[in-house]
Design a protein around this ligand. Structure first.
Ligand code: GRF
Length: 201
């Protein structure tokens, strides 16, 4: 399946997906990487992997809808069937989300539904939770919501700082995201209300 990845930054999750796609047996190929910010490292990673890139600066658009529709055009023109958000730091309009319903996934650095939004690692430390982690989920109009495909948990250690905890979670993100994309690309995901049901291979 043809995949488009939306990024805004360093792109380590993009890298994990690129690495997975380098295996000919993996059921997805990345055909386009779009960044809303020029010159981010994610773009460099895509170029190194020989994947086409496009910068669509959100600042150039009068509305969220206009920006999203430009991205939509680029994704459709590239034949994209599945969209992966990988550190993409823009809210998406309801129309865009609706048009990719069931075909767009996001990775979030917490065990959802805990800690939606930003600064998840510090908030997990402050809350005193002993388990933290990451979630890959289908995107719905609500932020960091939507049917869960894959989660991975890590311990929160007494000595953890935001940085050390983030690094432990990130390592899991790089496994969880390629796994979730595989499940979706292999057609093993069906929706049951708010839940995603995963069929065995
Ligand atoms: C990751 O922690 C991801 O979970 C969150 O944003 C961060 C992106 O990191 N959505 P990277 O750009 O993939 O390295």
């Amino acid at each position: 399946r043809k995949v488009g990845v939306l990024v805004s930054g360093r792109g380590s999750n993009l890298q994990a997906l690129l690495d997975a796609c380098a295996d000919p047996a993996y059921p997805a190929e990345i055909v386009l990487v779009i960044s809303n910010i020029p010159e981010v490292y994610a773009l460099e990673r895509a170029r190194t992997a020989g994947v086409p890139t496009q910068v669509i600066p959100h600042k150039g658009f009068a509305s969220r809808e206009a920006f999203d529709s430009e991205m939509d055009k680029a994704l459709r023109a590239a034949g994209v069937e599945i969209v992966c958000l990988a550190g993409f730091m823009r809210l998406l309009s309801a129309g865009f989300v609706e048009s990719w319903r069931g075909k767009m996934i996001n990775i979030h650095p917490s065990l959802l539904p805990s800690f939606k939004g930003l600064h998840t690692h510090q908030r997990a430390i402050d809350a005193g939770v002993k388990l933290h982690g990451c979630t890959v989920h289908l995107v719905t109009p609500d932020l960091d919501d939507g049917p869960i495909l894959v989660q991975s948990a890590v311990p929160v250690l007494a000595a953890d700082t935001e940085g050390s905890l983030a690094a432990r979670v990130l390592e899991q993100e790089h496994k969880a995201y390629p796994l979730a994309l595989r499940l979706l690309a292999e057609g093993r995901v069906t929706l049951d209300g708010a839940r995603a049901l995963i069929r065995d291979a």
